[in-house]
Design a protein around this ligand. Structure first.
Ligand SMILES: Cc1cc2nc3c(=O)[nH]c(=O)nc-3n(C[C@H](O)[C@H](O)[C@H](O)COP(=O)(O)OP(=O)(O)OC[C@H]3O[C@@H](n4cnc5c(N)ncnc54)[C@H](O)[C@@H]3O)c2cc1C
Length: 308
């Protein structure tokens, strides 16, 4: 119920205009973002690298309305790639197809993605494609399959809450894909997605097992993007049971500001950890999805209101 209300707020146009301007909402934003600017994100990444933690940059913002706007996003990500290379960071980037014009036509998004991938390939850097609401799943997977054959520096995020994801994984293994597995952050109907958290968690583990089998055959780069320490522990137990993989082969991605203690203990076990740093002025829908993930976050927001 609580999750559904916050996810509804994240999609409400009126509240999206009003709430981000309120001081206490802005103050609370700092829990999940080092700042709105790329420079702040880059500085946070340099600090994290000192602690052996890699980073993934994502510019917040969804659905662009015209070609100029989508070009602006492409140019921005090209600047990010150059900055990452100039500063010798190990960072990757993660983008949404709606940011680079998929609502204007899948060909536009695909061409824009290729332009970013060309530069990333030249700079030896990696690009992730986020997965958005289910309206975009087919198009996102088609576009990914279209580029994965040509570029080895691109990966896709897939959601464990969707019933279809096991078939989607099997359908892309021939491409030697990179897959970042998440639970899923959008409001979906029970016709297509597990409504109960326990079923999403169980499916996450099942998909993780499938990815580890493929990883053992070197058929996939598997990244587990979750803060769920029980799930991470189970994945680690599976890995140590098999001699052909070790904890250094495990990649876990988390969001900036969340579960830092888990990140520390993973690093100590030799697991590769990366933190996704979100920045940009269009942060409100993304921020609401973070609140929806954990009731305690709402209390944090309200406490910012009280501190004035
Ligand atoms: C790197 C990364 C990339 C992502 N990309 C996408 C994407 O492209 N598409 C998509 O649909 N979703 C994406 N997500 C979001 C994802 O789908 C989940 O909504 C989110 O990760 C919460 O699920 P969880 O796996 O952490 O498990 P949960 O069961 O939600 O959380 C497990 C525990 O982690 C901690 N935790 C989780 N979330 C929070 C939070 N917001 N604040 C504080 N503590 C928290 C709590 O201790 C919680 O008990 C991404 C997540 C990550 C980490």
């Amino acid at each position: 119920m609580f999750r559904r209300i916050l996810l509804w707020v994240s999609e409400n146009h009126y509240l999206n205009n009003k709430l981000p301007k309120m001081g206490f909402v802005k103050r609370a934003r700092s829990k999940f973002m080092p700042g709105e600017t790329l420079e702040e994100a880059l500085q946070a990444a340099s600090e994290l690298e000192k602690r052996d933690t890699s980073t993934v940059f994502t510019l917040l913002g969804e659905s662009v309305e015209d070609l100029d706007e989508s070009r602006g996003v492409v140019d921005h990500y090209k600047t990010v790639l150059r900055e990452v290379r100039n500063r010798n960071l190990t960072s990757e980037i993660s983008l949404k197809l709606t940011q680079i014009g998929v609502d204007l036509g899948s060909g536009i998004a695909s061409d824009n993605l290729r332009e970013i991938l060309e530069l990333a390939q030249r700079l030896n850097l990696f690009v992730w494609i986020d997965i958005e609401g289910s309206y975009y799943t087919d198009t996102t997977i088609d576009i990914y399959k279209g580029v994965a054959g040509k570029y080895s520096n691109v990966g896709i995020c897939l959601q464990a809450y969707l019933y279809r994801t096991t078939d989607d994984i099997q359908g892309m293994l021939a491409l030697n894909p990179a897959i970042r597995l998440v639970k899923g952050a959008y409001l979906e109907s029970e016709e297509i997605a597990f409504p109960q958290k326990k079923d999403v968690d169980r499916n996450y583990l099942k998909l993780a097992d499938e990815l580890l089998v493929a990883r053992r055959r070197n058929e996939v780069r598997a990244v587990f993007a979750t803060h769920d320490s029980k799930i991470i522990d189970q994945i680690m137990s599976t890995i140590v049971l098999h001699e052909d993989l070790n904890l250094g082969d495990l990649e876990v991605h988390m969001l900036y500001g969340i579960s830092k203690h888990v990140q520390e203990s993973l690093l100590q076990s030799g697991v590769k950890v990366a933190v996704l740093i979100a920045y940009g002025s269009s942060w409100f829908p993304w921020y609401m999805r973070r609140l929806a993930e954990r009731p305690a976050n709402l209390w944090f927001l309200l406490s910012r209101m009280l501190v004035g």
